[in-house]
Design a protein around this ligand. Structure first.
Ligand code: GRG
Length: 295
């Protein structure tokens, strides 16, 4: 198993500030109490904060200070990510009763308020990105990138493909395309947001984008693998996942899914080596994010 200490240290150094920002600032923006409770319930339900952590990691690599405005922009993505999970769990979508071991938003607040909590978080994300004192060029770049990543050319498109292709067998390329949009686009954006706020040059922006893109795909494959492996562990015998679901493990089998994951992790490491050599930047924290994958 990889040594996760640097990743753990980075998380424990930065998650409290992310959690504080989210929990202390939401109230200012939400007028209706039940809506606020519902938004806060999912926002503070124990997410890993992976996406804002990535934005912060890039900025720290570039030796940029994370002031209040940058924290607000980094946390905007966590608002948007939380919306996607609330909507994904709704009866009309995955109809899940549990997330992170707790009842899902609609189980507590009802589908109507849960839908609105998601809508509120999505909209507020763009307010937090733009209602701050960063310069206009940075703000408009962030808003454009996030709208592309989250909207109908990104996550929403991936989710639509997922729903429309249930019970149909996709090719590997189709599955990759779906997951690059559904899961990968926000992770890719998280890196891009750090690059934009650090005002890096175009070449470095492209390299970080390649890292984000490969990491996003790896994250989804790992999620698919964990679904199978953790079921095996819990029940002490192999469990056949719903074979109709479009997952890497269903399409490639477990061994080939692991191989593909390893290949993507290698690709990510190569990008970081390249950044380290060319820009003399300390990529150790970004590299530590790869230790999330226990392979
Ligand atoms: C409803 C428009 C719309 C989109 C939903 C992201 C998504 C699209 C659905 C989630 C499905 C899912 C569980 C995918 C697996 C990978 C993934 C995105 C897991 C959740 O992200 P984490 O692990 O969540 O970062 P935490 O709980 O840490 O915040």
């Amino acid at each position: 198993m990889a040594d996760k200490s640097l990743l753990k240290e980075f998380i424990s150094d930065n998650n409290p500030a992310i959690d504080d920002y989210l929990s202390n600032h939401l109230d200012e923006y939400v007028d209706q109490k039940d809506l606020l409770d519902s938004m806060k319930y999912s926002l503070m339900a124990g997410g890993k904060r992976l996406r804002p952590l990535f934005t912060i990691a890039v900025m720290k690599m570039m030796n940029k200070k994370i002031e209040d405005d940058q924290m607000k922009a980094a946390c905007a993505l966590e608002l948007l990510h939380t919306y996607s999970l609330i909507h994904d769990d709704l009866p009309a979508m995955d109809n899940d009763d549990l997330r992170r071991g707790k009842p899902t938003n609609h189980v507590i607040y009802g589908a109507g308020l849960a839908t609105l909590a998601g809508d509120g978080l999505l909209t507020l994300a763009f307010q937090w990105l733009t209602d701050n004192k960063m310069n206009d060029s940075i703000k408009s770049k962030l808003a454009l990138l996030l709208s592309k990543a989250a909207g109908p050319s990104g996550m929403v498109s991936g989710q639509a493909k997922d729903i429309q292709n249930e019970n149909k067998k996709l090719t590997l390329d189709q599955l990759k395309g779906l997951h690059r949009e559904k899961t990968g686009a926000l992770i890719r954006y998280a890196l891009a947001a750090g690059a934009v706020m650090s005002e890096v040059d175009n070449e470095l922006e492209r390299k970080l984008d390649k890292f984000g893109s490969d990491y996003g795909l790896a994250f989804q494959i790992y999620d698919d693998i964990l679904d199978v492996v953790s079921n095996d562990k819990e029940l002490g015998k192999p469990v056949h996942q719903d074979g109709n679901k479009n997952t890497y493990t269903n399409l490639l089998g477990l061994d080939k899914s692991y191989d593909y994951l390893k290949q993507l992790i290698d690709d990510c490491r190569n990008v970081l080596d390249d950044i380290n050599t060319q820009y003399k930047l300390d990529t150790s924290v970004l590299s530590a994010f790869l230790d999330y994958f226990e392979i």
